[in-house]
Design a protein around this ligand. Sequence first.
Ligand code: GLU
Length: 397
Amino acid sequence: MLLSNRINAIEESATLAMAAKAREFKNKGVDVISLSLGEPDFKTPAHICEAAKKAIDDGKYFAYPPVPGYQDLREAIAVKYQKENNVPYKAENIVVSNGAKQSIANVMLAILNPGDEVIIFAPFWVSYDALVRLTEATPVLVKGTLENDFKVTAAQVEQAITSKTKAIIFSSPCNPTGSVFSKKELEAISQVVLKHPNLLVIADEIYEHINFVGDQTSMASLPGMFDRTITVNGFAKGFAMTGWRVGYIAAPKWIADGSNKVQGQITSANCSISQRGALAAITGDLAPTKKMVEEYHKRREIVYNLLKEIPGVKANYPQGAFYFFPDVSSYYGKTDGATTIKNGDDFCLWMLEKGHVSLVPGGAFGDERCVRLSYAASEKDLREALRRMKETLATLK
Ligand code: GLU
């Protein structure tokens, strides 16, 4: 009753909520295959773990780190962006935080005022919408269609911009659809953005390594966009480091300074030992990352083909990340005799209870017709999960 309006205006994170529900079932002894949480099923590569162990033994990393992160890590991130992404960031542009999620929260608190509008490309990652609401700004959803690989077009963006629009946010490769914006598509969007002098872009590149088509363009690298873009990235997905909680932004200095101010008041800094691991990741060999990506690539084919075998399920062909976002709405309104599936929430709950497969309802990502399936799971589990889904769905009339 005494909770703030801000908290009452947001939902619990749907990805984490479904993961918790799957865990509940597992704890009761049910053999659940959890495809809800987007989390690599690989271990953090050994050289990263070794660097963190060494940092503990060195005895030099016990104290508060600088608020925006250790200087050498920020420099290494800047160099990576100069070399790999063609963006001339310097250390002063980088703020390292507790996961990309905190990076986005910092930025939103730093740039948004109540009443500002933020255009969110839908389907979107669940926390974008909630974080915008937390700042009392207004999310404006612009929807991509399955026919266009769920990608929002420049013309759609142009139509959605009002005098209140402060920022645009999207991820590419996209969580939950796996879509990748081509350079040409991003250029078209940048042309629209550049017509509006006070409009910013939050470009979430957390899945940049998990890209099967290779056309990975940073919005900040396009002409005129360096001063308009906040690039979000992190170590969780590409280096299998979800629990280490290291994300970062690369942004114009005034925005980095604003985020730094937020972070200094909220968490002081990111964990010292995690940052030493992250430094080893970003300066080290990418071979383990490439191996993981090869595996995801293989699994994408397997899951795509198995999804096609389930009647009434429509899916796009993801180009990156490790998700499918199939449209399962042809099952809405059907019943197994006891339960009627009315929407995505019912679908996922029923699939967990009857098929013992955990998925996330699409409504949380901005599309009620769909559910999200993470294929960051073993081939064996994926085959079994898809078999269970097909078999369970066949009982609906
Ligand atoms: N980003 C992952 C996901 O979408 C992790 C969970 C979360 O933070 O939402 O599943």
